[in-house]
Design a protein around this ligand. Structure first.
Ligand code: DGJ
Length: 708
């Protein structure tokens, strides 16, 4: 009998212990939680974490290993399923052939003598972000492999975790959190639409009982992949729980010859004792340091103007110049020309695939418009949707066979369009040459890259080909920034973000809807990459009319932009928007370097968050009133993340939104000279009351630490 072996991975806020019962058997994660001291006896800890096998089951308790194996008696969902090329089920029993450990990574090489399969499990740990990145690579052996499932790594779920929080959503209503209590059985989340999908963000929060935004133990996982995906949380009848995530693979999609291999997308995992804000901070740090790579990191995020909801397909150069002039006066720094600029694109039924300018709309090319935009001090961005094709296009007429799945096979259209098969080298090469030509001809510093329909039977290879196309363009045009849009938030994940720089969270510019979505999406995504635009006065997707201040402050909590026709603005609205935009510009650098905290609101009608600067010397608090409160008096907003011993001076910066008629005796201390001063401890412990608010008012409070 070999001796047990154990390994540990540490980042400042977490320790993970992996152990193999006999030193060769596939390791299992036996501890994942708060940091353990150096010198902890890992073998003893592993012993103490093992459960006794129930008498009614197998005599040997199957480990919940990093790739749970049926062959070892695992009765839940396995980490791998597949057959050989003859269709015989493969039931591997891996053993460790090598384990490499460094302070940054743990790599297990596993082999199964009977099936010939080899599995390389990598667990990278990032001390600077508190993130673990897990991925698995499977090498087929003789006689080849048909792969059905490979999890990136099976993680155990602590018994004290009492619910699964994950996200669904829809067009105009992305990032809807849903809670599921643990029960015996499998809770599956799956996108079969070949892209991340509005309805299936591939992420999960696992809070321990009592945990909230600001306190308690929370685990979180997120799959960095923009294709179809599957994640599941399973509780076995014996009480053990696991989570796995990986790419969704259709039977027959991955067929490997003896020397072939398949690697899973990366799975990001983190733990914090500081509530959801703790894991959120880890995702933000990780996105900032290791995922999103801005071509010029020091360039402040520019205020966007996007013309979609102003003109739709109705492009007229004179109108666009007028709009650009007004947008620049409001503070815009980048003008994005949306859909409708290319040949045949008079509505959404035609033109996709023909990435050449519509000379009817732009007789002298885009040059005069770009010159005008640049003269106003803005840069120029362009909308594209390269993966798509309309049947009514020159490209389709020339290459009907380029359609993914083949039109002859009766592909269904979505928004009147079809997918191009990017896995065909000539298709990707053609798209590269068209977009590259545009980028060479015009000064374009930004592409809004759209993807407006689900795939039918989409494959992982199509997703890889999309990444490769984007990378090739970025490599050729080093200063290019790209936004990932898919009818709003249909392709948001760390996979796409490692190739792009901004996401369009939703096609809803309704600030009330946005505030909720932005708050949920923030759990995984840092504010500076979430586009948020001030839309038209009458919201095109909800019909609501919301005050300009509320719309502007909501956009000002993320990467700010405008999307209305600025010619519709009253003088007062324009003044409000310009003022708030100026505030955003003055504060974007420190807020986007700082730490965002979601606050546990005591009032269901209130969504609150705050950003604290790196040195905790300043903060800004946003408290959004989304509806009328259930109770007649306000509830305190308790702050977080401050230095408890420091004293902060508070300033309510939008006092003009106070409605004196909502209270007879509200004497806002914010109006006193200089503003009130309270300790961080008081702001955290007692919180503060804000003036009574009508729905659609956002209070904005700035705090500044006093010297001593
Ligand atoms: C869907 C996007 O989400 C919108 O913002 C806009 O770009 C349209 N597509 C254009 O067709």
């Amino acid at each position: 009998m070999n001796r047990p072996r154990s390994w540990r991975l540490d980042s400042p806020a977490q320790t993970l212990i992996f152990a193999s019962r006999d030193g060769t058997e596939t390791p299992e994660c036996l501890y994942w939680g708060a940091p353990l001291p150096v010198g902890e006896d890992l073998d003893a800890l592993a012993q103490m974490q093992r459960r006794a096998a129930p008498r009614s089951l197998l005599d040997r308790y199957a480990p919940l290993s990093i790739c749970p194996e049926e062959r070892r008696g695992w009765l839940g969902r396995p980490g791998f399923t597949g057959t050989d090329l003859e269709g015989r089920t493969l039931l591997p029993r891996f053993s460790i052939s090598d384990a490499e450990q460094s302070s940054e990574a743990l790599t297990f090489r596993l082999e199964c003598a009977e099936t010939g399969l080899k599995l390389v499990q990598t667990l990278e740990v990032f001390a600077d972000t508190d993130m673990v990145m897990a991925s698995a690579c499977l090498e087929a052996g003789e006689p080849g492999l048909r792969l059905n499932w490979l999890g990136a790594c099976a993680f155990p779920v602590a018994d004290r975790v009492d619910r699964i929080v994950d996200f669904t959503g829809r067009w105009l209503g992305e990032f809807q959190a849903q809670e599921t209590p643990w029960n015996v059985g499998v809770h599956v989340r799956e996108s079969r639409e070949g892209r991340t999908g509005h309805a299936h963000f591939p992420g999960m929060m696992l809070p321990a009982k009592g945990a909230g935004n600001t306190s308690g133990d929370v685990y979180a996982l997120h799959l960095g992949w923009s294709g179809g995906h599957r994640g599941f949380a399973e509780e076995l009848p014996d009480g053990r729980r696991q989570v796995q995530m990986g790419a969704f693979l259709r039977p027959g999609e991955v067929i490997l010859s003896a020397d072939g291999s398949y690697a899973t997308p990366p799975l990001f995992a983190t733990f914090s004792t500081e509530g959801a804000n703790g894991v959120m901070a880890a995702f933000h740090r990780h996105a900032r340091k290791h995922v999103v790579r801005f071509p010029t990191p020091d360039r402040p995020r520019p205020v966007h103007y996007n013309c979609w909801e102003a003109i739709y397909f109705d492009h007229d150069i004179k109108t666009l110049k007028d709009i650009a002039t007004k947008a620049a006066a409001l503070g815009a720094e980048r003008f994005v020309l949306d859909d409708g600029w290319f040949r045949g694109r008079t509505d959404d039924t035609a033109g996709l695939g023909d990435w050449v300018l519509d000379r009817g709309k732009y007789p002298e090319g885009l040059g005069p418009l770009i010159d005008h935009i640049e003269d106003l001090g803005m840069s120029f961005g362009l909308w594209v949707e390269p993966e798509m094709i309309n049947a009514d296009s020159e490209l389709y007429r020339a290459h009907p066979d380029w359609v993914l799945g083949g039109m002859a096979e009766g592909q269904l259209s979505g928004r009147h369009q079809y997918l191009l098969d990017l896995t065909r080298p000539e298709v990707s090469a053609h798209l590269f040459s068209r977009i590259d030509a545009l980028l060479r001809e015009y000064r374009i510093d930004y592409l809004k890259w759209d993807h407006n329909r689900p795939l039918i039977a989409g494959t992982a290879r199509q997703t890889q080909a999309f990444y490769a196309l984007v990378d090739r363009l970025r490599k050729t045009h080093a200063s290019l920034e790209i936004e990932s849009c898919a009818s709003g938030g249909g392709r948001i994940d760390f996979g796409v973000l490692s190739h792009t720089h901004r996401i369009w969270l939703s096609d809803s510019n309704d600030a009330l809807e946005r505030l909720r979505m932005q708050s949920e999406a923030a759990l995984f995504l840092p504010p500076e990459i979430i586009g948020s635009h001030v839309g038209p006065r009458v919201c095109h997707t909800s019909g609501r009319v919301l005050p300009m201040a509320f719309r502007a402050w909501t956009a000002a909590t993320r990467h700010m932009g405008f999307e209305m026709d600025p010619r519709e603005l009253t003088e007062e609205e324009a003044g409000t928007l310009a003022r708030i935009t100026a505030w955003w510009k003055a504060n974007r650098d420190w807020t986007f370097a700082g730490r965002l905290h979601r606050l546990d609101s005591l009032d269901d009608a209130v969504i609150a968050e705050m950003t604290v600067s790196v040195g905790k010397e300043r903060f800004v608090l946003f408290v959004g009133q989304t509806a009328a409160s259930a109770r007649s008096s306000t509830r305190p907003v308790r702050l977080t993340g401050l230095n408890p011993d420091a004293r902060y001076r508070l300033r309510l910066i939008n006092q003009e939104d106070i409605r004196p008629n909502l209270s007879r005796d509200f004497k806002p201390p914010y109006l006193s000279d200089g503003g009130p001063v309270l300790s961080g401890a008081a702001l955290i412990g007692a919180g503060i009351h804000l003036p009574p608010a009508l729905p659609a008012i956002m209070w904005v409070v700035e705090g500044e630490m006093l010297n001593s």
